[in-house]
Design a protein around this ligand. Sequence first.
Ligand SMILES: *[C@@H]1O[C@H](CO)[C@@H](O)[C@H](O)[C@H]1NC(C)=O
Ligand SMILES: *[C@@H]1O[C@H](CO)[C@@H](O)[C@H](O)[C@H]1NC(C)=O
Length: 415
Amino acid sequence: MRVQLKGDAICTLCLVVALFTILYSQLSHMSLREEQAKGQRTASGATHKGLHHPTALQRQPEGRVMGTGPRIISVVKPSEEVNEKDSDPTLPPSINSAFDFRNYLRNKDNRQFDLLINQPKKCSRTPGGPFLLIAIKSLVEDFDRREIVRKTWGREGLVNGAQVQRLFLLAIPKNKTTLPTWESLVHQESLMYRDILLWDFLDTFFNLTLKEIHFLQWANKFCPNTKFIFKGDADVFVNVENIISFLDGRDASEDLFVGDIIYNAHPIRTRKSKYYIPETMYGLGMYPAYAGGGGFLLSRSTMKKLSQACGQVELFPIDDVFLGMCLQRINLKPVLHEGFKTFGITKPSAAPNLQTFDPCFYKDLMVVHSLKAAEIWLMWNLLHNPRLSCTQKKQVKKTFRWKIKTKGTTNYFGT
Ligand SMILES: *[C@@H]1O[C@H](CO)[C@@H](O)[C@H](O)[C@H]1NC(C)=O
Ligand SMILES: *[C@@H]1O[C@H](CO)[C@@H](O)[C@H](O)[C@H]1NC(C)=O
């Protein structure tokens, strides 16, 4: 009886996965073609994904060693840099050859842009402000991704007793001919959901740093009462319940910056690489510790300090690294947490998709990067199925500890 039930469940799951894969590939085929051609994203539709791994090559071996079990391997291929050549049509054709560093340096004092759509009451609607403000980088044209996030992990309201609010961070789309009515659409979306911030600069890879700066300024001004902030991409799955239990009992007036921290990364000096940074732009041999772009958590106190510090640090085209520079400026050490999987998780290629969709696996994580919209939707629904019971939970749980075990030390992060 049990075996049969299990078999049925697996079959259903297979079918659902197959259905969504087909649906999604149809969708992305239709809507992403132009974007791919102009180099806005990779085949998976992840926004600005490439730049979140400016040092993917160096980090790769480390990521494997740090994996929390044999089931986790990084989805970033070691050959990513090589792949970038023209032979791979899914990747942007050599962004850097087109990127004008000299022009960037010349214009980098131009760093104040207007806020075109604001949500000034976002954080004053609930007494005492939100416990957690979720801020998600998104592109104007990615309406479907925002919808999925709204319906799944980005839901507003009470989560395990904690007040959660949500925002999407947008800027001007680079190619206006793709969506000529974008302005009225975004205004409508904002009226409907009250979760849109739109700034008046071009939404490009190298302007993500501007998003970082402007969001921190916004939070400092319009959301000074939030206790914590999660900032991430629209292509991540976030286990908000785990994040809340991790934050439970913590003091928002103390510093906190947690994520998938990358240490000792070197700037890439190979011109061909899309992560190429010339020495004129960054002379040192190593970047400060920074959080991988999938998402990170910070406290109110850290938000305030960072919004100050980032206003003073010179613009740097890789936003993750830029934030690392701001952290360094305020002398705050970001903390690595095993629950953040910036590089996504996947299963060895020999087997089908099934294990990646084991909800019990996601149950113990906080952030998983590089997921398709349908995958996020499916995972959220599987995880919130009241009948979900995880037999392997104990085994997985060994490597993670959410609650504070001891006070004032850092040894409860990681293993
Ligand atoms: C913008 O998109 C349109 C169609 O979506 C395409 O024909 C055009 O070449 C694109 N322009 C740029 C500058 O990428
Ligand atoms: C950033 O946005 C500004 C304002 O729209 C634009 O002039 C500039 O070219 C953009 N920079 C990059 C590197 O895309």
